[in-house]
Write a protein that binds this ligand. Structure first.
Ligand SMILES: Nc1ncnc2c1ncn2[C@@H]1O[C@H](COP(=O)(O)OP(=O)(O)OP(=O)(O)O)[C@@H](O)[C@H]1O
Length: 101
């Protein structure tokens, strides 16, 4: 997945940046918990999306409405997880970053 999927590479990089920023800001235990869970959630959704894309392409390379639904729903799942991760990231990081201002 990380070798071939550009979005997965981006999500891995963003997750690593979030963990680095977290260690610099000295997060509390619950904040680490939330951060690790949403990073894992996004990467797991990317994995399922990649697997579903591969299975659809294995079954048919022709255009098919069900193939479109499978790929679009899988991609939408990643988007929902990514938006959730951004919201959690704001809840965790903003109070720490605003205190320093
Ligand atoms: N066999 C198909 N039949 C109908 N629509 C398809 C089919 N394959 C792809 N599509 C449509 O084209 C879009 C792009 O498909 P593609 O296989 O390039 O995946 P992707 O979402 O661009 O993912 P990635 O870039 O990570 O491979 C899908 O979201 C879907 O809407």
């Amino acid at each position: 997945m990380f070798r071939t999927q550009r979005n997965a590479q981006i999500h891995l990089l963003v997750g690593a940046c979030a963990l680095t920023l977290g260690s610099m800001l000295g997060l509390e235990r619950w904040e680490w918990l939330a951060l690790v869970l949403v990073i894992a959630l996004v990467l797991a959704a990317e994995g399922l999306n990649t697997a579903i894309e591969a299975v659809v392409d294995l079954i048919t390379t022709a255009r098919h409405p069900l193939a479109k639904i499978a790929k679009d729903v899988a991609a939408g799942t990643v988007l929902i997880c990514a938006i959730t991760a951004v919201i959690v990231g704001c809840i965790v990081f903003l109070p720490h970053l605003l205190v320093g201002m």
